[in-house]
Design a binder for this molecule. Sequence first.
Ligand SMILES: [Zn+2]
Length: 278
Amino acid sequence: MPELPEVETIVRQLAKVLPGRRVERVQILRDNIVQGSPANLTRSLEGAAIRSVTRRAKFIVVELESDRVWLTHLRMSGSYRVVKNGGDNDSLPVYTRATFDLEDGSRLLYVDPRTLGRLEIIPAVDWAARAARLGPEPLSPAFTAAVLEDRLAASRQPLKTFLLDQRRIAGLGNIYVAEALWRARLSPRRRAKNVGPVRARRLHRAIVEVLSEAVGGSGTSLGGTYLNFADADGDRGDFYEALNVYDREDEPCRRCGGAIKRIVQAQRSTYYCPTCQR
Ligand SMILES: [Zn+2]
């Protein structure tokens, strides 16, 4: 569930504390959160110095001095927490799946109720090859209306499916696709190649606007007791109140008053207003 704005929020916080630090000790509490061998991940990280923390698509990318990359994909419910003064295993929050003790005494926790997130260590060159296959970053200068228009024209997929495809545009997921399409007044069912230049420009603007605003609001948190998203300080995102269609089935559209509809596309819920999204 964490999408570009939520991952970006966590990355900006981790980038303030991790670079320049060394990882001293790693505990993997649930093996299935590791892609590949947990022992290998532990071995590669213990003693490793961290060079940088960045985001690409929905990946948290931690570059190590050893020219390896520590990747995290949060999937549905993963998050990181930073605990300033270490702490012991008795005081761990529920659903902590891994701990990373840093040389300065602080501790990074990986928390994931559903354990669908994945942590992985790969050589930097392999990551570069993988990252090259991802689509442009929607908040970068590489993502222009012309780029979007060309990609749309080449696809027969429905807009919803097209926008979720990380090889076409990186970082969008179910929430922000729904919100961008609502803003652009486009139906999620419309075929990509039938969008055309005028509507493509509208969609481009809507994607950039909704993501920029959500990053400014530190992302969207859904749910009550167990949030799908909290940042590295354990705080909620503020963007939920600003959602216009996502999670609003049967509620009135804020633009035309029509009822918001929920349909299922590619096994995922799609929310939209059939009255004003064409
Ligand atoms: Zn409407």
